[in-house]
Design a protein around this ligand. Structure first.
Ligand code: ATP
Ligand code: MG
Length: 572
């Protein structure tokens, strides 16, 4: 490719809302352009990178035995109604009608479509297993589209769906996909971890996320300093918390006057106890399909509520803050709320680690009073759930080592769905005994377009992108420093042809631009290597530049081709 023909409109300034380097650089370097909130066009350079990512994904999915298909992006709402997700999915699902008043959705994910594709065609266990995938457009009307390609509304995803005769075979495929994903992200040159995850709106159990470690990530990942344990904070576990602090001394459960002591800090200070021995209430409004409810979550005073865990406990679509009025109307006493003696109808959950705890201090459900010496016993089993957020310094659930928290960006998520979709949608096959059974399914997603941004988040400097070779739109740029220097032009063009013949992905900057402009563009666009053909050619010398670190080295003009071959071809 010649730069004079390349459509890559670079910009001096990044858009004002571009707070992350990847967002700013991809727009400034002319890879993508924004046309609305969460909506992007791919310009030629961006499209090449996307296709390179898709090629790696495709090769590894094919090698793992999956078959590529393509689902219509517009899906009939009927299937979504059957699976029960039409009402449940919330506002991220874009619903619309056609001219005949039929309901449709723009696919945010394709479990239903995959079931429809396979049901009635795969009828016997002998035809199983099957794994189908696509790389296609998704639409999610995200509440907060931001960070460029990291969280768009329209984006490209690789999504795969597998079908199995039983749970054991589903688990086998899950492991095959886990390994394929590891190969994909390794080839893309990313520093990633596989972590335990919450399954969210997709459902099922036993899911794993692939997280690229990055300071700008939106996800918190809990990592053990000693063993391999790693989990998204939404699903992280810990060894039950302990303390060396002395328990308060009491003679059984008693009510104490605690005037105006509405916070855990005030209560702990008043009784001179460690917050470990206090119970804190977090009251939320839980939104369901057709109703809302005020729910209290009880955790230790030294812990924080993990919202995803809380949401899973009560099965809500969303948790929002409750107003004082709503809290009062639901029968809770804000500031003095505890699990003991709550009314029958009250909706509440207690953190599982509190089960059996003794000598606890908790609100007495009456203004200005707390109980001391309370024991968390005699509660119905269904009241207990994992609610507390794992924190830095907590103990690993596997080895007891120290847990730390780092930031990550989710690039992939694999799920064991079981019969979550096949059962309600009536998708069945005949097993070896001729009995009709619902398919066991797995599903496996990768954020293909998000990966473009992730690559740059992981690899850039103050001057621009620094692409890993596998993803770079071009591996090598040949820069003619002065387009009026006929000898340089002739040498560069010949070198360009020779590189092309050798299959090197090369760009020739032949533009009638100042040298500074060309260098700036090279640094901004971030191709891995450049050859600078300038004045030194008179002494039969050119400069070889490595973009990472901007290292320059002088190479004999007569040896540059074999130098490039060694650098670029032999390493392939
Ligand atoms: P997140 O928690 O980041 O919203 P998710 O759990 O909703 O992600 P999945 O439903 O598992 O995501 O989708 C599979 C993959 O698609 C994710 O791992 C992610 O890489 C990508 N993805 C999800 N939402 C977006 C988005 N809004 N923009 C770009 N990529 C996305
Ligand atoms: Mg999401």
């Amino acid at each position: 490719m010649k730069f004079s023909k390349l459509f890559a409109p670079s910009l001096k300034e990044a858009p004002r809302d571009a707070v992350l380097p990847s967002h700013a650089l991809l727009i400034r370097a002319g890879f993508i352009e924004q046309l609305g909130s969460g909506l992007y066009n791919f310009l030629p350079l961006g499209k090449i990178v996307l296709e390179r990512i898709c090629a790696v994904i495709r090769q590894e999915m094919d090698a793992a035995g999956a078959q590529e298909v393509s689902f219509s992006v517009v899906t009939s709402a009927d299937a979504w109604k059957k699976s029960g997700r039409y009402a449940k999915y919330g506002k991220e699902l874009l619903r619309f009608k056609d001219r005949k008043d039929n309901d449709f959705v723009l696919s945010p994910t394709n479990e239903e479509a995959a079931v429809l594709m396979v049901a009635d065609k795969i009828t016997s266990y002998k035809q199983l297993p099957l794994n189908i995938y696509q790389i296609n457009t998704k639409f999610r009307d995200e509440a907060r589209p931001r960070f460029g390609l990291l969280r768009g509304r329209e984006f490209t995803m690789k999504d795969a769906y597998s079908f199995h005769a039983d749970a054991a075979d589903m688990k086998r495929e899950f492991e095959v996909m886990r390994q394929a994903y590891s190969r994909i992200f390794t080839r893309l040159g990313l520093n990633f971890r596989t972590v335990d995850a919450d399954s969210g709106a997709i459902g099922g159990s036993g899911s794993k996320e692939f997280m690229v470690l990055a300071d700008n990530g939106e996800d918190d990942i809990v990592v053990c300093k000693r063993c391999e344990y790693a989990a998204n904070i939404e699903a992280a576990r810990r060894a039950p918390k302990t303390t060396n602090a002395a328990a308060p001394e009491t003679d059984g459960m008693m009510k104490f006057k605690t005037p105006a002591m509405k916070t855990i800090d005030a209560v702990a200070e008043f009784f001179k106890v460690d917050k470990f021995y206090t119970i804190k209430a977090v009251i939320k409004k839980a939104l369901y399909e057709d109703r809302s409810e005020i729910v209290a979550f009880f955790i230790r005073g030294c812990d924080e509520l993990q919202e995803t865990k809380a949401q899973n406990a009560c099965g809500a679509l969303e948790l929002v803050d409750a107003s004082e009025e709503e809290i009062a109307r639901a029968g809770f006493t804000a500031g003095f709320c505890g699990p003991f003696g709550l009314g029958e109808g009250a909706k509440f959950y207690i953190d599982a680690e509190l089960k059996g705890a003794r000598e606890m201090i908790a609100g007495a459900n009456e203004p200005d009073y707390h109980y001391v010496g309370a024991s968390v016993i005699n509660f119905n089993e269904s009241r207990f759930a994992d609610l507390a957020a794992v924190g830095v310094g907590d103990a690993c659930p596997c080895c007891g080592g120290e847990l730390s928290i780092t930031k990550g960006i989710e690039v992939g998520h694999i799920f064991q769905l079981g019969t979550r979709y096949s059962e309600p949608m009536g998708a069945r096959f005949l097993d070896a005994n001729g009995k009709a059974r619902a398919f066991y399914m797995g599903c496996y997603g990768i954020g293909a377009s998000r990966l473009i941004a992730v690559a740059i988040e992981s690899s850039h400097d103050e001057r621009g992108c620094v692409w890993p070779r596998e993803l770079a739109p071009f591996e090598l740029e040949i820069i003619i420093s002065n387009h009026k220097d006929a000898a340089a032009v002739e040498f560069a063009e010949k070198l360009y042809e020779q590189c092309r013949e050798r299959g090197i992905r090369v760009l020739l900057d032949d533009r009638a631009e100042r040298f500074g402009v060309k260098m700036n563009d090279f640094e901004l666009m971030g191709f891995p290597y450049a050859v600078l053909v300038g004045k030194a050619l008179a002494e039969r010398s050119v400069e070889f530049i490595t973009r990472a670190g901007l290292k320059r080295q002088s190479v004999s003009a007569d040896e540059i081709l074999s130098f490039i071959e060694r650098k670029l071809i032999e390493k392939n």
